[in-house]
Design a protein around this ligand. Structure first.
Ligand code: C5P
Length: 222
């Protein structure tokens, strides 16, 4: 197939989804937020009290989870068994659990299979932790994003504050640090830069500068 795949990986709250969405809009590509899939699985596990150590329970839960992306008025939603969970998966109770859920081999196998299916015939931009290394090792363009941890925590804090007035910057900082630690040290497809990924440190870059940088690497393939 000759469709174009852009893989964006990096640490938590680096602005991966912001740039991915802007690129998708600019290029008319499909954007897939792979983190939303792990978050939706984590939400299901929380609601159903799934014991992460119990393989049979995990396998059974995965069997009962049906995820879909839907677009409405140019906004993308993720549904968990037909329920729109786009808002709830952003909340802290999910953020606290998601990395442990995403470390489970069976969970990753199921998600990677769905992600690969989404990118089989269409031009897509997918962001996550293992997109350039595991999901699409042959992606034409791979970006690896980083930013100063304090800057990242401040950005995420500002996003969460309107719906979580009691949240503290410290809590958000700790959650990001904890997730980065779990994501980089886990056994199954840990977060790491693919050898052929281009590093994009956006600590001091504007949205436009990031977009221009990324576009300059994608345009040769269009
Ligand atoms: O991208 P986001 O921060 O929403 O991802 C939430 C969590 O999902 C990450 O911290 C990571 O544990 C997991 N994840 C993953 N692999 C991906 C995308 C997300 O393990 N491709």
């Amino acid at each position: 197939s000759n469709n174009i795949v852009v893989a964006i990986d990096g640490y938590s709250s680096c602005g991966k989804s912001t740039i991915a969405k802007a690129l998708a809009k600019e290029l008319q590509f499909i954007y897939v937020d792979s983190g939303a899939m792990y978050r939706a699985v984590a939400l299901y596990f929380i609601r159903h009290n799934i014991d992460l150590q119990d393989h049979a329970q995990v396998a059974n839960a995965l069997h009962n989870i049906h995820l879909n992306f839907k677009t409405h008025n140019h906004k993308t939603f993720i549904t968990l068994n037909e329920e729109d969970v786009s808002e709830e998966i952003r909340q802290m109770h999910v953020a606290e659990k998601v990395s442990a859920v995403a470390a489970i081999k069976e969970v990753r196998t199921a998600m990677v299979r769905q992600q690969q299916r989404l990118g089989r015939s269409k031009n897509i931009i997918m962001d996550g932790r293992d997109i350039g290394t595991v999901v699409f090792p042959d992606a034409q363009v791979k970006l690896f994003m980083t930013a100063d941890p304090k800057v990242r925590a401040e950005r995420r804090y500002k996003e969460l504050l309107p719906t979580n007035p009691d949240i503290t910057l410290e809590e958000v900082f700790d959650n990001l640090a904890h997730r980065d630690y779990q994501d980089t040290t886990r056994e199954e497809s840990p977060l790491t830069r693919a050898e052929d990924a281009i590093i994009l440190d956006n600590t001091d870059l504007s949205q436009d500068e990031q977009l221009m940088f990324a576009l300059s690497h994608i345009e040769p393939f269009i």
